[in-house]
Unconditional design. Structure first.
Length: 753
C-alpha cells in the first residue's frame, strides 16, 4: 500500500517557475478554522489534520482583525494530554522558517491572556506571553534546520498559573535557496525583528511574487530625526537573502544630523550571540563628487564602514557573530568623515542564536513515540487528496523505499512466484533498476493487488525495462493479463529499449483485488516486470467514459513543456499520471504564462502542464500525429486542454477547428487569459497505424491555434475482450486464497489508520 509522508495541503503547493518561486515545501495552517480558505492564490489549511487534541474557538467579534488566521484559534485545556501538532517536513536536512501566530482576542470572555511554553521537537522554543504587543496579534519565528525525520512536532505546554494554551496559526517555509549564508549548520536562530524601515508592512502576496519566502517585514518606526525616501530599485538584480523590492525602494535618512539610531528589544538580558543583516539601497543619483559612506556601531562597538552602492542597487551587510546583552541594544549608522551624504538604510533583520544549554529543556521525550505513531497513521491523507486507494509497487526490491515522501512497496507481498533481478544499465527512475523475472512457465505468474470492494475506476500502470539484466541482449515478448482478460502483448524491445509503461483506465469488479499475470508465448523469452501502480479515481474524472468499459492509454502529452509526474512535495499532478514531454513542431513555438490556479478544471490537469502551450506560427495549423496500438478500426476517447496565455484585445479572438483524420470535430473558442477549456471528443472512430489531429484557425479567428496538452485513449471492444482468453483460469481458486491472505492484514492496516 502506498502512503504519502504527510497530510499536506494540495492546492497551496504550487510551483511558480516563471517567478523563480517554489512553494512546494510550504505549510500554512489556520488553527481553529473549520474550512480551508484562499488568500489570493495561497490556501490556508484547517488544523484538524495536524493535531488530535484541543478545541476550536472564535475570538470575540469586536476584536476581529483583518488577518483572518487570527480570528480563530485552537485552545488546549487538558494539560494531561500531549497537545502537539505534527507538521510535515522534508526528509532531507534543510533550513526552514517556522512561524507560530498568537492572538488572544478575549475568545473566552475572561480578559486574561495566558502564558505558556512552546516546544519544537521536544526542545523549548519560547515562553509565549499573549499579553505582550499590547494584546495585539504577534508571532514567534525561528530559522530552523530540520533533522530529516520528515516532520516537526510543535507542542504547547501549560505552566503553573499560566492559563490555557492556544495557538492561532502555524507556517513552515522551506528555504530551497541558500539564505542567510553565515548561519551555522545545526543551529537555530530566533527572529528578533525584520523591519521595513522606510515603508509599510510587507508580506508574501501570491499575486505579486515579491516576498518569495513568506517572511513578514514589519513597518518600521521612523526615527524622529529621519525622513522616509522612496525611489526605484533594480528589480532584475539577484540580491543576497532575496529581500522584496518593495522593502528596498523605501529607506530612511536623517534630515538635520549625521546619525541614524535604531533600538532593538532583545528576548533576554543575558549575553547572547546575534546575527544582523542590513539592507542599504542607494535611491539618489550621486554626482561624481558625492559619496555615501557610514560607520556601523552595535551596542557601542565599531563594526566597520559601509559604502552605499550606485543608484538603484543594494548592498547587503551581515554581521555575525556579535555578542549582545539585553534588554535593548542601539544600532548607530553615522556619516563617515569622508562622506558627503548622510547614512541611509532600507531594511534590517536581527536574529539571536539559540543557546543549546539548559534553557531549552525537553518537554516530554516519552511522548515522541505516541505522536510519531499518530503521524504514521495519517500518511494516507494529503490535505484534500486521499490516497488510501493507491498501490505503488517496485518489483524486484527487497525493502520498502521512499521516493521523496512516497513509499514504494517491495512486490514480495503481492506474488508467490518469480525471482528478483537487477538491470545492468541503470536509470534515474529507481523502480526500473530492479525487476522480477518469471522463468517457470508452468506456474501461474500473477500479482494480487488490493482494490476497493465497490465498483470504481482505476488507473493501472505496469512498467517494463529490460536493461539487459540477464546479459543476453535479448529483450523478451510476452502477454500481460488482468483478471483473466488479456491486457496486451508486451514487446520490451520497443521504445528503443528504454523504460516504458502499459496503462489502462479500468473499472474494477468489486472483488477487492486485481489479478495481474504475465504469460510466456512461444519463442518470446522469459517475462518480467519492473513496477505496478494502481490509483483509484473519482467518478468525475473522464466523465464520458462508459461504465464497465476499459480504455487503453495511447498518449498523455504535455505539449508545451517537460515530463510531469506526481510529486509528493509539490502536489500538482494529483492522480499519479505521467504527462510525457511533447515533441517540438517546426511550425510552432512554446508559450508560457500564468493561469488561474484556483480554478477547478475537468479531469484535474496539473497547473504546471496548463501554463505551457504550443502556438502555431502565423496561419499554420497544429498537426499532432498519434501512433495507435492496432491497425483495425477502434473507438477513441480524446481530450484537449486549451489554455489561453495571451491577454486578448477586445477585437482579438482565438477560434480553432478540430479535425481528426480529416473528419470535422467542430470548433472551439479559447477562454479568457489564464483559464482553461477542456474539450472531450468521444466516441471517435479511428484506424491505425497512426492518426493525425489538426487544429486550424477559423476565418473568424485573429489568433492562431494554441494547445497545452492532450490525452488519447482507445476503448477495449467487447470482441477484443472475448478474444483475450485467460492464461490459467483453473488457478483462480488458489489465487483467491492467496488474495485473502493478503487482504486480511490489509484490512487490519486500514482499520488501524
Amino acid at each position: 500500500m502506498a502512503y504519502v509522508y504527510s497530510p499536506l495541503l494540495i492546492e497551496s503547493k504550487m510551483r511558480f517557475s516563471d517567478t523563480n518561486l517554489d512553494v512546494s515545501g510550504w505549510q500554512s495552517i489556520d488553527c481553529g478554522t473549520n474550512e480551508t480558505r484562499w488568500e489570493g492564490m495561497l490556501q490556508w489549511d484547517v488544523d484538524s489534520d495536524y493535531t488530535q487534541t484541543g478545541s476550536n474557538s472564535n475570538i470575540l467579534v469586536q476584536n476581529e482583525t483583518i488577518r483572518e488566521e487570527f480570528n480563530t484559534l485552537r485552545f488546549f485545556p487538558n494539560s494531561t494530554q500531549d497537545n502537539c501538532y505534527i507538521v510535515p517536513a522534508e526528509t532531507q536536512i534543510i533550513r526552514y522558517i517556522l512561524r507560530a501566530g498568537f492572538y488572544y482576542g478575549n475568545y473566552d470572555g475572561l480578559s486574561s491572556p495566558p502564558t505558556f511554553n512552546l516546544f519544537i521537537n521536544d526542545v523549548k522554543w519560547a515562553t509565549v506571553n499573549t499579553s505582550k504587543n499590547n494584546g495585539e496579534p504577534y508571532y514567534e519565528e525561528i530559522n530552523y534546520e530540520n533533522n530529516g525525520s520528515g516532520f516537526f512536532k510543535i507542542c504547547l505546554v501549560q505552566i503553573k498559573d499560566g492559563g490555557v494554551p492556544f495557538i492561532s496559526s502555524i507556517e513552515a517555509v522551506v528555504l530551497w535557496d541558500k539564505l542567510y549564508s553565515q548561519m551555522e549548520d545545526n543551529a537555530t536562530y530566533n527572529l528578533v525583528t525584520r523591519t521595513n524601515l522606510g515603508g509599510d508592512e510587507i508580506r508574501f502576496d501570491p499575486l505579486k511574487f515579491d516576498e518569495m519566502y513568506n517572511r513578514v517585514w514589519s513597518k518600521g518606526v521612523t526615527p524622529s530625526n529621519c525622513d522616509n525616501f522612496i525611489g526605484y530599485t533594480d528589480v532584475t538584480a539577484t540580491i543576497e537573502n532575496y529581500p522584496p523590492y518593495l522593502v528596498l525602494m523605501d529607506s530612511v535618512q536623517p534630515t538635520d544630523t549625521d546619525t541614524i539610531i535604531l533600538t532593538v528589544d532583545l528576548p533576554q538580558s543575558a549575553p547572547q550571540t546575534a546575527y544582523f543583516v542590513f539592507y542599504v539601497t542607494e535611491l539618489k543619483e550621486k554626482s561624481s563628487i558625492e559619496r555615501r559612506a557610514m560607520k556601523l556601531e552595535i551596542a557601542g562597538k565599531y563594526q566597520g564602514t559601509v559604502e552605499a552602492p550606485s543608484k538603484g542597487e543594494t548592498a547587503v551587510i551581515t554581521k555575525y557573530p556579535v555578542t549582545v546583552s539585553g534588554p535593548t541594544i542601539n544600532i548607530r549608522l553615522t556619516r563617515d568623515k569622508n562622506s558627503t551624504l548622510p547614512p541611509m538604510i532600507a531594511g534590517m533583520e536581527v536574529f539571536t542564536k539559540w543557546d543549546t544549554g539548559a534553557n531549552h529543556t525537553d518537554h516530554s521525550a516519552a511522548a515522541a513515540g505516541h505522536n510519531g505513531q499518530w503521524y504514521l497513521g495519517n500518511y494516507n491523507k494529503v490535505g484534500l487528496l486521499d490516497i488510501t486507494g493507491w498501490i505503488i509497487i517496485d518489483c524486484g526490491i527487497n525493502d520498502p523505499r521512499w521516493d521523496e515522501a512516497l513509499l514504494w512497496d517491495p512486490d514480495s507481498d503481492y506474488t508467490q512466484t518469480g525471482s528478483n533481478k537487477q538491470v545492468q544499465k541503470g536509470t534515474s527512475r529507481e523502480e526500473f533498476n530492479t525487476l522480477r523475472v518469471f522463468p517457470n512457465s508452468s506456474q501461474d505468474n500473477c500479482y494480487i493487488v488490493p482494490a476497493e470492494t465497490q465498483t470504481i475506476r482505476y488507473i493501472i500502470r505496469a512498467g517494463f525495462y529490460y536493461g539487459n539484466y540477464d546479459g543476453l541482449s535479448s529483450p523478451p515478448t510476452f502477454d500481460l493479463f488482468i483478471n483473466d482478460v488479456k491486457w496486451t502483448t508486451v514487446d520490451t524491445s520497443g521504445n528503443n529499449g528504454e523504460p516504458f509503461y502499459e496503462e489502462i483506465m479500468y473499472e474494477n469488479n468489486g472483488s477487492g483485488f486485481f489479478k495481474i499475470c504475465l504469460k510466456q508465448i512461444k519463442d518470446g523469452g522469459v517475462p518480467f516486470i519492473s513496477s505496478l501502480e494502481a490509483v483509484v479515481l473519482s467518478d468525475k474524472m473522464y466523465s464520458q467514459m462508459e461504465k464497465n468499459a476499459t480504455y487503453n492509454l495511447v498518449t498523455r502529452t504535455n505539449l508545451g513543456g517537460e515530463e510531469i509526474r506526481f510529486d509528493p512535495l509539490r502536489f500538482d499532478e494529483l492522480h499519479n499520471r505521467i504527462w510525457s514531454k511533447g515533441v517540438a513542431l517546426s511550425n510552432c513555438h512554446n508559450s508560457t504564462g500564468f493561469i488561474d490556479v484556483t480554478a477547478t478544471n475537468e479531469n484535474s490537469p496539473p497547473t504546471i502542464v496548463l501554463r505551457d502551450s504550443i502556438e502555431s506560427n502565423g496561419s499554420d495549423p497544429i498537426i499532432l500525429t498519434v501512433d495507435l496500438p492496432q491497425r483495425t478500426s477502434q473507438s477513441a476517447y480524446i481530450v484537449f486542454y486549451i489554455t489561453e496565455l495571451v491577454i486578448k484585445n477586445s477585437n482579438q479572438t482565438r477560434i480553432m477547428r478540430i479535425e481528426i483524420d480529416g473528419e470535422d470535430q467542430g470548433t472551439l473558442e479559447a477562454p479568457s487569459v489564464g483559464e482553461t477549456s477542456v474539450v472531450t471528443k468521444y466516441p471517435v472512430a479511428v484506424s491505425g497505424p497512426s492518426i493525425n489531429i489538426t487544429l486550424m484557425r477559423t476565418k473568424e479567428s485573429s489568433l492562431p491555434p494554441m494547445i497545452a496538452a492532450m490525452e488519447v485513449f482507445t476503448k477495449w471492444s467487447s470482441e477484443v475482450k472475448q478474444n483475450h482468453t485467460a492464461p490459467a483460469s483453473e488457478a483462480a481458486g488458489a489465487y483467491s486464497s492467496f488474495a485473502l491472505s493478503l487482504m486480511i492484514p490489509l484490512v487490519f492496516l486500514l482499520v488501524a489508520t
